[in-house]
Each structure stands twice: as C-alpha cells, then as structure tokens.
Design a protein around this ligand. Structure first.
Ligand code: 4GY
Length: 252
C-alpha cells in the first residue's frame, strides 16, 4: 500500500512516520510513503499557497491550484485507484473499522490543511472523503494524517510480528484491553493478580476476558451498549461487578 501526504510540512510527516512500527514498515517496503508540498506546485515568485478569505474574516485559506496540482502529481505516481481524503473535524470519525476497510486500498492520498482551512472547491472537486481524528481542533491535518498512516499500517500483512498480531485478533473485538503487569511482583504495596503468577492458561484467558469486559463497562459503557455479549461474556461481566461489590464492602 502507498500513502501520499499533501502537506506544507513534509518533514514533519516523514520524520514522525520514520519511527517505530511505521518506520520499520517503510524500511521493509510493506508501505511506501511520499510527501507532496503544495508550495512546489506554485508558479509565482513568492510561491504563494494561501490567500485572504472571500467575505473577510481572520486568517488565510489554502488556494485551490497548488493543492490540486499536488494531488495530480501524487496520483500520477500510484495506480489509478487512489482514494483522496481530507482530514478535518467535519469528517467521518476515525475508527478501527475505517482503518480495516482502508487497509484494502492500494493508494491513499491524505490532504493536511493549515491556516483557517482550504478552498471548499478542492474538497468538492478533488476529495473522495473527509475524515476526522476527533471532536477537537488542532493546528493542521498532519498529526491526523499520521494517526491514519499508523492505524492502517499496523493492519497490513507482515507488518506486526507474530506476537503483536496475535494480540490484535483477540482484542479488535470492541473491548478495551485487559491490564498488563511485568516484574517486579510488588510495587508500592500493589501486587500482581495471583492468577497471572500461576501457569494456568485457561484461568488466565478467563481472567483477562473478565477484565476486558469489566474495564469496558467502567470506562467506556458506550462501547458495551453497541455490543451483543454472548452467555460467557455476560456471566464474566456479572462476576466482575459482583467482585467489585465484595471488595467495596468495608467489612471485607
Ligand atoms: N480534528 N481531525 C482535524 C483538525 C485542523 C484544516 C487547519 C481533526 O482531522 N483534522 O482539527 N484539523 C485543521 C483543519 C485547516 C486546521
């Protein structure tokens, strides 16, 4: 899969993507990443990429033509089935499901805006979709584009090692992760749950599922409401709640 990012800050995207899982995936050619600076597609002496908003108001707006020509350049390099996505708070919220679907694409062109935004006609004419990293405002689309690149890259074949991807399967199922512990056994009077210290793998699996259900119920009840629990899951969640009641009783 190839990613192309249209950005006024190409080094920001290339540098950040060069670390960790995405960095390795690029190194090993599981993904290609190219960055395209709209400034390189201007024709005036000042390499102007922005202009004042029609109708007045504060700030500047990114001009259509440099963005359009940057997208054309990115399209010319890939196959002819590129999807063009503009990152903005007005887009469809990012999700694991959106990443899974996008991981089937051969080319994803991500457009990172700056200033007060971009000319609306570029969104209308050149973009297939608009995606949002969340209901907040950041200073430019680059960080959102990096989230997308990271989230999709880790789903591509052979990118994660065996150990990492096994974990992926069992918990991309709409539940939060179970808690993790490593040495030492005791930290500031807090010890590791006993079940994890023994080698009973069935008990450990059961405990982890119970924790995943319990934490999702505690921290993200909205996720549980969307999910239909099977009999085992419902029973484990009930156990989690019962155990909380017992521990919370001052006589225990
Ligand atoms: N949230 N999700 C987001 C954003 C701000 C274009 C400059 C977001 O994706 N992008 O907050 N972007 C950008 C939008 C103009 C500011």
């Amino acid at each position: 899969m190839r990613f192309d990012v249209i950005t006024l800050f190409p080094e920001m995207v290339e540098t950040a993507a060069g670390f960790g899982v995405t960095g390795k995936a690029i190194e090993k050619n599981h993904v290609q990443l190219s960055v395209w600076n709209p400034r390189d597609y201007t024709h005036d002496r000042h390499r102007t990429v922005d202009d004042r908003p029609y109708g007045g108001g504060p700030g500047m707006v990114m001009k259509y033509q440099p963005l359009h020509d940057a997208v054309l350049a990115a399209k010319a390099i890939g196959s002819n089935q590129a999807k063009v996505v503009y990152l903005s708070p007005q887009g469809k919220p990012l999700s694991q499901a959106l990443f899974a679907e996008a991981s089937q694409l051969s080319q994803l062109i991500l457009v990172a805006g700056r200033y007060e935004g971009i000319d609306e006609r570029f969104i209308q004419l050149d973009c297939d979709e608009e995606w949002s990293a969340g209901d907040y405002v950041i200073s430019g689309g680059e960080l959102a584009a990096l989230i997308v690149i990271d989230g999709i890259t880790r789903l591509l074949p052979n990118v994660l090692g065996d150990e990492e991807s096994a974990n992926q399967d069992s918990h991309s199922d709409g539940l939060l992760e179970y808690p993790q512990f490593t040495r030492p056994e005791h930290v500031e009077g807090l010890s590791v749950p006993k079940v994890l210290m023994g080698g009973n793998h069935a008990d450990i699996e059961c405990w982890r599922l119970k924790q995943a259900l319990g934490r999702t119920w505690q921290k993200r009840p909205d996720l549980l409401e969307k999910k239909q629990l099977n009999a085992e899951q419902a029973s484990l969640l009930q156990q989690f709640k019962n155990e909380l009641d017992v521990k919370g009783c001052s006589d225990e």
